[in-house]
Ligand binder design. Structure first.
Ligand code: MG
Length: 380
């Protein structure tokens, strides 16, 4: 089956316009442009900070919960496997997976929501894809000749377009990313690889936390129940936790295989012959089959209702909102308290954006330290 869609892949060679960089760099003798981007991302400070950022669980009740870094690595291995099986550009898919969550603030989605609400009071908004682009283009400073990581156009386009579409009228600054076209399949599949990773991992961490029960999942999540019943037949008499782990592994394979088959079928159905056909098609082709998509939505609803909004996690979300909002207001009211390296940026971007950028970069532990410090200062 491998290499079936090779003709639809991003070539990634030196003559591919998607390997262009803002600051031309001489070709490397042994590494491809996307491999070099992968290394630039893995060595970025923002990438290392993912280790200290929440995926779902903010509390450190277990060292086994996913962080945003381990989640990212899971997405990368799924994305690479899907790309390899389809004959797409594996290096591009892996690189996009490694960078896909780099723009996330501390405290997971609660932190993102809080930061967005703060910015909206100043007529701005927070979007983690746009923030990710600012990180790689601007905030990372590792090169003498330029700011940013000087990534290829293909990776920068994928950062913006992997999970949503932006309109040129609303985002004229993104015009270089062909907003009227679909992204390549390597970028399209990242969002689905992300889904596969968290649909599996959040059940795992949910049970680890004691907030989800295996029997309850079997009753309410069809895709898991299908896998569980197969595993139980194969491993009769095995302890329940091993049935659970085996079922999760099978579920990840079921979802991944469905995605691979469905992308292949969709590409065939439109008679796609080249990357141009993918780009010009009115809709994305990286989708689950309709049956698995229905199961995905069912599980997602289940996770929202049963896990993400359960009282213990909602308490953590409230705390996250309190911390983010208090610090945002603190620096808005007292910009002199910001690290001096940010002063220059305030003139260019405005205070609200700079405060949000500063907060967005923080790990969970660093933002809690900052919060404790302003609380102490108020008491003094
Ligand atoms: Mg993700």
């Amino acid at each position: 089956m491998a290499n079936n869609l090779h003709r639809l892949a991003v070539s990634g060679g030196l003559d591919d316009p998607l390997t262009a960089r803002a600051f031309p760099a001489p070709p490397h003798p042994s590494r491809t442009p996307f491999q070099r981007d992968r290394e630039r991302i893995v060595q970025a400070r923002a990438f290392r900070r993912l280790a200290g950022k929440t995926q779902v669980f903010t509390s450190r009740a277990s060292d086994h919960f996913r962080s945003r870094l381990t989640h990212t690595m899971e997405v990368a291995q799924i994305a690479r496997a899907v790309a390899a099986e389809l004959g797409l550009n594996e290096d591009l898919a892996e690189t996009l997976a490694l960078v896909h969550d780099i723009g996330h603030p501390p405290f997971g989605h609660a932190g993102e929501r809080a930061l967005d609400q703060c910015l909206r009071r100043h007529g701005r908004s927070f979007d983690h894809n746009l923030h990710a682009l600012r990180i790689v283009d601007h905030f990372e400073q590792r090169y003498a000749a330029h700011r940013g990581l000087n990534l290829t156009l293909g990776v920068r386009e994928g950062i913006i377009k992997h999970s949503r579409d932006y309109k040129e009228e609303e985002h004229p600054e993104l015009v270089e990313f062909f907003l009227d076209q679909q992204p390549p399949l390597e970028a399209q599949l990242i969002d689905l690889a992300d889904e596969i990773a968290y649909l599996t991992a959040d059940l795992d961490d949910g049970v680890e936390s004691g907030l989800l029960e295996i029997g309850h999942i079997v009753e309410h999540v069809e895709v898991f129940a299908r896998c569980y019943s197969r595993v139980r037949k194969e491993h009769a008499g095995v302890e329940e936790k091993y049935l659970f782990y085996e079922s999760l592994q099978l579920m990840q394979n079921v979802l991944t295989d469905d995605l691979i088959a469905s992308i292949m079928q969709n590409a065939r159905a439109i008679g796609a012959e080249s990357l141009k056909d993918i780009r010009r098609h009115p809709a994305r082709l990286a989708l689950f089959s309709p049956e698995v998509e229905a199961e995905r939505l069912q599980e997602k609803r289940y996770l929202y209702q049963t896990l993400y909004t359960c009282p213990p996690l909602e308490r953590e979300h409230d705390k996250a909102e309190e911390v983010v909002t208090a610090l945002f207001e603190h620096w808005i009211n007292d910009p002199e308290e910001l690290p001096p390296s940010h002063f220059e940026e305030v003139e260019r971007e405005g205070l609200a954006r700079v405060v949000a950028d500063y907060i967005a970069g923080m790990t969970d532990s660093f933002i809690l330290l900052q919060y404790a410090e302003i609380k102490r200062a108020v008491r003094r």
